[in-house]
Design a protein around this ligand. Structure first.
Ligand SMILES: NC(=O)C1=CN([C@@H]2O[C@H](COP(=O)(O)OP(=O)(O)OC[C@H]3O[C@@H](n4cnc5c(N)ncnc54)[C@H](OP(=O)(O)O)[C@@H]3O)[C@@H](O)[C@H]2O)C=CC1
Ligand SMILES: Nc1nc(=O)c2c([nH]1)NC[C@@H]1CN(c3ccc(C(=O)N[C@@H](CCC(=O)O)C(=O)O)cc3)C=[N+]21
Ligand SMILES: [Mg+2]
Length: 281
């Protein structure tokens, strides 16, 4: 079987050129979309994200700012930063980069964001509305993956979908979105016993694990659609996914490359949700 790449980067570029038009018409009304990121410490995947996000936000005309904070910042001081941004009318979107250092309670910080400025969809109000089927902001990574599947006309109805990983930011919302499109979902995690057998039955496999090249060709059902969310570094410092892409070639029907697959789509959804906040004003 010939395996096709799901080219997130190309779709992201196309969507972003449409966004430029939207931003321009906001600018004509004197409105500049503003996105501020709070980055605490030095998480590797976060650094990649922040760098690309800055570049792409600027390209579509969003005013993007990063506030870098030390690893040692207290939870109270971080919440104070969030509250300042809540009050700032030039900031339409607030993103607190995850993970946060161990001494900070992530949920406590996220719930302090004004949920109408939560462009990541992680505030409990937005998560709750999403779970109930009337979302106003969606988690960007699974949202971007759904857009990518849609652009390639990949149908999910009745498919067996396996999501490996159950984080709040990727795995859990991903499974829910696939279910909304009538896939039959299975969620695997570190305590799952028969991962390979489950994977071999999956028509759609999403790897959101954080372990470089863990998913090889022998996990893949012939013809499966493989989505690689992982952003890991190999020993040489190269960016690699959770899927060993070379080894699934010829087995899968589709696979997302790393880089150039899910990552650019995540950023695109973030920009889209930021612009939407201003359009709704
Ligand atoms: N491309 C993009 O846009 C994005 C990429 N990422 C990347 O995606 C990956 C996952 O991110 P995130 O969800 O935040 O990570 P987390 O570390 O929060 O979650 C990882 C999940 O994988 C599970 N897991 C770990 N080891 C195994 C194993 N051996 N077998 C089965 N399951 C396992 C964990 O299980 P348990 O719950 O039991 O611990 C957990 O549920 C990372 O590489 C991250 O950098 C993240 C966000 C966006
Ligand atoms: N609150 C919060 N929301 C997130 O969405 C979030 C987060 N925290 N913390 C970190 C993870 C990681 N993440 C990435 C998104 C895009 C790329 C990305 O642009 N990847 C390019 C890399 C290109 C390159 O530089 O080589 C690609 O895959 O093509 C990477 C990583 C979002 N995350
Ligand atoms: Mg923590």
């Amino acid at each position: 079987m010939e395996t096709q790449l799901l080219e997130g980067k190309k779709l992201a570029e196309k969507m972003q050129s449409e966004m430029k038009v939207r931003v321009n018409s906001l600018l004509e009304k004197g409105k500049i979309p503003g996105l501020t990121v709070l980055l605490v410490g030095e998480d590797k995947a976060s650094q990649v994200y922040v760098r690309n996000k800055e570049r792409q936000a600027t390209k579509v005309g969003i005013k993007s700012e990063i506030i870098r904070l030390p690893e040692t910042i207290s939870e109270a001081a971080l919440i104070e930063q969030v509250e300042q941004l809540n009050e700032d009318a030039s900031v339409h979107g607030i993103l607190v980069q995850l993970p946060l250092p161990k001494h900070i309670n992530e949920q406590e910080v996220l719930r302090k964001i004004d949920y109408s400025k939560d462009v990541d969809g992680f505030h409990p109000m937005n998560m709750g509305n999403f779970l109930l089927g009337n979302a106003s902001a969606l988690p960007c990574t699974p949202y971007g993956i759904m857009e990518l599947l849609k652009a390639y006309d990949i149908s999910l109805e009745g498919k067996n979908a396996l999501v490996i990983g159950r984080s709040n930011i990727v795995g859990k919302p991903m499974a829910l979105m696939l279910m909304e499109k009538n896939a039959t979902i299975t969620i695997a995690h570190s305590k799952t016993k028969n991962l390979k057998e489950l994977a071999q039955q999956a028509d759609v496999l999403v790897a959101a694990i954080g372990r470089g090249h863990m998913i090889t060709g022998e996990f893949i059902k012939p013809g499966a659609v493989v989505i690689d969310v992982g952003m890991n570094r190999d020993e040489a410092g190269k960016l690699i996914g959770d899927v060993d892409t070379a080894s699934v070639m010829g087995i899968a029907s589709y696979v997302t490359p790393v880089p150039g697959g899910v990552g650019p789509m995540t950023i695109t959804m973030l920009l889209d949700q930021t612009i939407k906040k201003v359009e709704a004003e």
